[in-house]
Design a protein around this ligand. Structure first.
Ligand SMILES: C[S@@+](CC[C@H](N)C(=O)[O-])C[C@H]1O[C@@H](n2cnc3c(N)ncnc32)[C@H](O)[C@@H]1O
Length: 275
């Protein structure tokens, strides 16, 4: 594939993934169908059967990801019979057995969530973005997602104590760590692992879309132009469009002809830049 090239597939992710060359993908970013205990819901997998369904897919993803690549999995466990189901926790443990490293967990805070009332819990306003890798040494371009230093800096950095200036040589060994004085004179800082993004359900003809900024952020962080981004459950194609708009190559798969045709049509009409 050349830059900005794409491959779209209509079909079952497990079958299509088996046709993709090993170690050929730089970033997988996806939101698989939700677990759903209602039997006839389209695409819904029963929570008790979720691992059995999903693990053959993660095995294929492990095969096709480059050793330096990253897999971002957007998932959140349902409440079943009044308690959180454990299928996501089991999935993490089972994926580690397959050979994945569970590197990090980002939180997507749905900042436009409206209020609700339940007898025993509050509205769920966040989802997991689990980061898996094959190797501790994966590609990560942290400077690409730096953010303005913010209001805290002026007051805090003008009043540094002795401990603020002591070099943090522990933990990651970066020599930078939490030493606050390192930020004097800087305009930008690294973000946290919490992404505050509004949900987008508006006009994309799909009920469970990513906000565009979500795949965009991970594509910036983990890939360079020309790299290959895969979404095996592309839905309305948000990750595919973000990848193409940023000069990456994109591979998208969906089992639903309506979504496949929607994404194909938009790319062919070059509408992806409208996102
Ligand atoms: C949660 S949605 C993805 C939404 C997407 N992130 C977006 O921004 O529009 C999951 C998608 O997986 C698709 N799907 C369900 N089972 C599948 C399978 N076995 N293989 C491929 N796609 C599947 C559904 O049609 C649905 O569009």
């Amino acid at each position: 594939m050349n830059n900005n090239e794409y491959e779209l597939y209509l079909g079952d992710a497990l079958e299509i993934l088996q046709t993709i060359e090993k170690e050929s993908i730089d970033l997988i970013v996806t939101s698989p169908p939700y677990a759903d205990s209602r039997t006839n819901t389209y695409g819904g997998i029963k929570p008790d059967e979720y691992n059995e369904w999903f693990l053959p897919i993660t095995q294929e993803l492990l095969r096709i990801l480059k050793p330096t690549g990253t897999f971002i999995l957007n998932i959140k466990e349902k409440v079943v019979n009044g308690e959180r189901h454990t299928y996501v926790i089991e999935l993490i443990l089972n994926m580690r057995k397959q050979g994945w490293l569970w590197t990090e967990e980002f939180i997507w805070h749905k900042k436009n969530c409206y209020p609700g009332k339940w007898p025993n819990r509050f509205r769920d306003a966040w989802e997991r973005l689990l980061q898996f890798n094959k190797n501790k040494f994966f590609k990560m371009y942290q400077e690409e997602v730096m953010i303005p230093i913010g209001d805290w800096a002026e007051k805090r950095l003008s009043n540094l104590s002795h401990t603020d200036k002591i070099r943090d040589t522990s933990k990651v060994g970066s020599g930078f760590g939490k030493n606050v004085s390192n930020w004097v004179g800087k305009d930008k800082v690294y973000p946290t692992n919490v992404l505050h993004l509004a949900t987008e359900c508006g006009n994309k003809n799909h009920s469970a879309t990513f906000p565009y900024a979500l795949p965009e952020w991970f594509i910036k962080l983990f890939t360079r132009p020309g790299d290959v981004v895969l979404d095996p459950f592309m839905g309305s194609g948000t990750a595919v469009f973000a990848a193409l708009n940023m000069g990456r190559k994109a591979i998208g798969i969906d089992i639903n002809p309506e979504y496949y045709n929607l994404v194909l049509g938009k790319i062919q009409n070059q509408q992806q830049v409208l996102f």
